[in-house]
Design a protein around this ligand. Structure first.
Ligand SMILES: [Zn+2]
Length: 65
């Protein structure tokens, strides 16, 4: 299960407002600090964090053997 959580890069809030069918250049507005960014950037950031978390988990698994 990988679910990309959109998160504000500035304040870490997950209360981001974005249109229903966002495109890469759709504007995302943070409900926490009010900063804006592009949906594509926020998604890339979210995916990168998931990849990092997964690699960390895999690393832990191998260390336990
Ligand atoms: Zn924010």
């Amino acid at each position: 299960m990988t679910d990309v959580t959109l998160k504000c890069g500035k304040c870490g809030s997950k209360q981001l407002q974005v249109e229903a069918n966002p495109k890469d250049d759709s504007v995302v507005t943070c409900g926490g600090c009010g900063s804006t960014g592009s949906y594509g950037d926020v998604m890339r950031q979210g995916k990168a964090e998931i990849m990092k978390a997964m690699q960390r988990e895999l690393g832990n698994m191998f260390k336990r053997r």
